[in-house]
Design a protein around this ligand. Sequence first.
Ligand code: CTP
Length: 399
Amino acid sequence: MPAPGAPLTVVVGITGGIAAYKAVGVARGFVSAGHDVHVVATEGALRFVGRPTLEAISRNPVHTDLYEGVAEVRHVALGQRADLIVIAPATAHTIASLAAGLAGDLLGTTVLASEAPIVIAPAMHTEMWMNAATQANIATLRERGALIVGPASGRLTGDDSGPGRMAEPDEIVRSALDATRPRDLAGTRILISAGGTREPLDPVRYLGNRSSGRQGVALAEAARSRGATVTLVAAHLEVPAPAGVTVIEAGTAKRMLAVMRDQQPSADVIIMAAAVADFRPVAQSPVKIKKVEGAEPPTIALERTDDILSTLARGRTDGQCIVGFAAETVDDAAELVRVAAEKATRKGADLIVANRVGHDRGFGRATNEVMIVNPAGSVVAEAAGDKLSVAHRILDALG
Ligand code: CTP
């Protein structure tokens, strides 16, 4: 397996079901994530989706025939080279062939010749999925270590609905990439806060901030994929929380403090990625504040909220690692490091993840650029890119 983050050679096996058209999205997902994709399609698959489409999306020739490329021993070469094999959709027939270890087509030989993780996304009618033969085949494949993604329940090709729909391409790609990651955080309990708090003024208004929660959600997803047990304390998120983590809602600074303190004793690592309000209105009007013609606009008195990061650092349990964030509008890198180190010292954090924000960067974006700084002012790591890869770099820096 290449080094973490390096491009993978991914074989996408496509078999003959109507969901084959969605396999285009699977191939595209791997290509967008920077991987080298080789499609192995059965003859049946090519009745549902065109070879040119698959070649354009995967940027490589599509392989179908066991008797093509014999000189380069293609029937085993693809499997031997693969870092990951994903079969989507996998029909009942393919699942049965794989369970029996049949090598009658290029996909069969590729799978048999490979030691790469195998991910299977079944797609078929509910009756076929529920059939004892299919279930036994799936159990066999699982036992041999294959990861089965889906099927989802929902509308099928005809008028019927039930379990049998292929999982969505994004989910297949994410689960498959997870399967290739080292489980280096297995047994580690990570508590992550994310999103922006909202401090109510009246029943319809609040003081809030522009945090989308994307970086905190990416951290939760990255940690889970590496085997950690993750609790996500969510203020207001603009993106869905990842599957497989425990989510506790905490919309205000006060509630977030209570939840984080409650969860602190059972965490090995705490990451405060939430944008917590520093001030809240002293009073909350129980009714909507009305404008009164001729009267002065109301003045809103504010009070300080508790600093959650500092409170957690003061109550740190033995060996607990506490990480904070600093979103700063400074332009100079050296100044950013200085501010981050000062913040780490003042708040008692082991590390501060510092990023520059402005109207056009940081908040709400899919990418991020951070420096990870310790209280002594050393830059432990730097990361730039999509928020998921930045999340992995942050987790690497935990040491
Ligand atoms: N934080 C917190 N509780 C607060 C405010 C902030 O726990 N009431 C945490 C954030 O989650 C983040 C870190 O503190 O991890 C830095 O937040 P920031 O607002 O940048 O820190 P401040 O010290 O409030 O920044 P400034 O000095 O710029 O006001």
